[in-house]
Design a protein around this ligand. Structure first.
Ligand code: ACO
Length: 331
């Protein structure tokens, strides 16, 4: 059976840097509060004209170039996002068009912050089954156009940023590298713990003046509850992956956690007994870009030469749904 190898990675973040101090112009918050509670110093926001598809395209071209392949070699696109450019169709088809890949399938994955790990699980299964050999896996998000930047929305508005990350996955016959496993989970009992209610098809009409007045078109979150679930589920699903592969935390060379909050990542690190240099954190510069955090962090880790052939890489995600998952990769 072929294995799934990471052949190339890439990322794109908008040029516009929004520092914490800028947010104090829009809402009652402070640089100190944001840094102390979240670790975030700045994030990127798109400017007019930039779309998710365009950011995904730029990240994808970097990943394709790094993989040393031609776009035409891609057999399928899997794209994770909770912020599609339009209600439908999904962003994947716009990316497919922009890359000139008419005919290949484009699957949008709606697993929020776990989108990249969920997408990897799907892509890995496709590659192992022999259905496809080369898959473009993308995570992309634009939050800045959909957050409440008034004081009412400050708990969420300070967390989120925009960006895109991509990876080219290829089938390899080398049995000493590639994806070892993926484990993905969900618990819909907590679907409303972090959600955007409007505009949704359960509403008649999908969005009303009352919805807008109440802010139901903005994401809403029970932050403390989300935090508690995240610090439980992330270590748990890493241990599940290690046990399934007869490995231990001592075998992990690099952990890339979903960048939700630096305090969450630090608690996960402590629970797994990892050193600082074994964990990738870039939330300080980009905030939480949901489905894009892991592929952006991965592309930066590759660029910074933090991964060597043979290293054990662990990806772990947690987010709205609730959804969570992990992947172990022999680099
Ligand atoms: N600036 C200043 N004060 C604020 C802000 C802000 N941006 N946001 C909230 N506060 C206030 C609150 O109103 C509250 O004030 P009060 O005590 O007068 O009522 C006080 O700060 C404390 O609020 P808490 O919500 O208890 O603060 P907490 O320490 O829990 O931090 C945070 C809030 C950062 C949102 C935290 O709960 C968290 O990170 N939760 C997890 C969030 C997360 O990971 N979400 C994303 C994961 S899933 C995904 O990515 C889709």
């Amino acid at each position: 059976m072929p294995r799934t190898a990471f052949a190339g990675t890439g990322f794109y973040v908008p040029d516009r840097v929004v520092k914490n101090d800028e947010l104090t112009q829009y809402m009652d918050t402070s640089d100190e509060w944001i840094i102390e509670r979240t670790g975030i110093q700045e994030r990127r926001w798109v400017t007019d004209g930039m779309t998710s598809a365009e950011m995904a395209c730029r990240a994808s071209k970097m990943a394709i170039s790094a993989a040393g392949i031609e776009p035409g070699e891609i057999d399928a696109i899997v794209l994770g996002t909770l912020s599609p450019d339009v209600f439908f169709p999904g962003t994947g088809v716009f990316l497919q068009r922009d890359l000139g890949l008419e005919g290949i399938p484009a699957l949008d994955v709606r697993a929020q912050c776990s989108g990249f790990v969920y997408g990897l699980s799907v892509a890995d299964a496709w590659i192992k089954s022999g259905q496809y050999r080369t898959i473009l896996l993308v995570g992309v998000e634009i939050h800045s156009t959909g957050i409440d930047v008034s004081t009412r929305g400050r708990d969420l508005a300070v967390l989120f940023g925009d960006g895109a990350g991509a990876a080219v996955l290829t089938a390899t016959d080398e049995q000493d590298r590639g994806v070892l496993s993926t484990h993905i989970h969900a618990d819909g009992n907590h679907a409303e713990m972090l959600w955007t209610e409007a505009a949704g098809s359960k509403n008649h009409p999908r969005i009303s003046a009352e919805d807008i007045a109440a802010g139901r078109h903005y994401p809403r979150m029970e932050g403390r509850e989300v935090f508690k679930h995240a610090v439980k589920r992330m270590p748990e699903v890493v241990m599940e992956a290690l046990e399934a592969n007869d490995l231990t935390t001592n075998d992990i060379d690099l952990l890339i956690p979903h960048q939700a909050n630096l305090r969450i990542s630090q608690m996960v690190q402590r629970r797994l007994g990892l050193e600082d240099d074994q964990v990738v954190n870039n939330i300080q510069r980009y905030g939480n870009t949901t489905a894009a955090t892991i592929p952006i962090a991965l592309a930066e880790a590759v660029r910074d030469e933090r991964l060597e052939r043979g290293d054990l890489l662990c990806l772990v995600a947690f987010g709205s749904g609730l959804t969570w998952g992990s992947a172990l990769v022999r680099w």
